[in-house]
Ligand binder design. Sequence first.
Ligand code: NI
Length: 224
Amino acid sequence: MLKAVRFFASMVIVLIGLLWAAAWMSATDGESVAESFARGTAAMFGYEMAAPSPGGVQLPQGLVLGGPFTLTDHTGRRVTEADFAGRFLLVYFGFTYCPDVCPTELGTIAAAVDALDGQADRVVPVFITVDPERDTQEAMADYVSRFHPRMVGLTGTEQQVAAAARAYRVFYAKVQRTDATDYLVDHSSFVYLVGPDGRVRALFRPDTTPDAIAQAIRGQLRGA
Ligand code: NI
């Protein structure tokens, strides 16, 4: 009798071990092994659980966003992704001359960070320009200070900005206005939640509310 109990117990332990190994191998990007384990175990008992979205737009499987960059911050300091290692970032690409979308989205980012209360310090709001020609260090310093006291503004050479945009698959293109001498910059408008490892954990469409973004960040902070 005791032998049978011991055998049964060891089989359960082996089974859990196998499930955990399977969960470890099938965990999607942004999903912890524990979450994957729960999903796998639920599936075994016939419950379908979708891979949990970390909030915002689900990243297609295998798509890696984010990566190394070298830029200059609004205080004139040269920075790379290593300067932010270990912290979460809320990143937005745009330009200071943007008439509407950029100011709205930066206001949203600032509000999302403030909504985190005691955990706000763990997240750095970052604005990266796609218009380095006009967005000098001084212009960036003035601009980011209007949105959040901790917001970091990043600019650089055309090549440095292009490389950063490429890492995040950001599209941008100058558009000359026929009625004016100045130009606008068309650009994609996602807000990126970057994890402490420099990889994008979640994407948010324009018009996502600060509360929804804060909610997604809280989920990520719990898992970090
Ligand atoms: Ni804009």
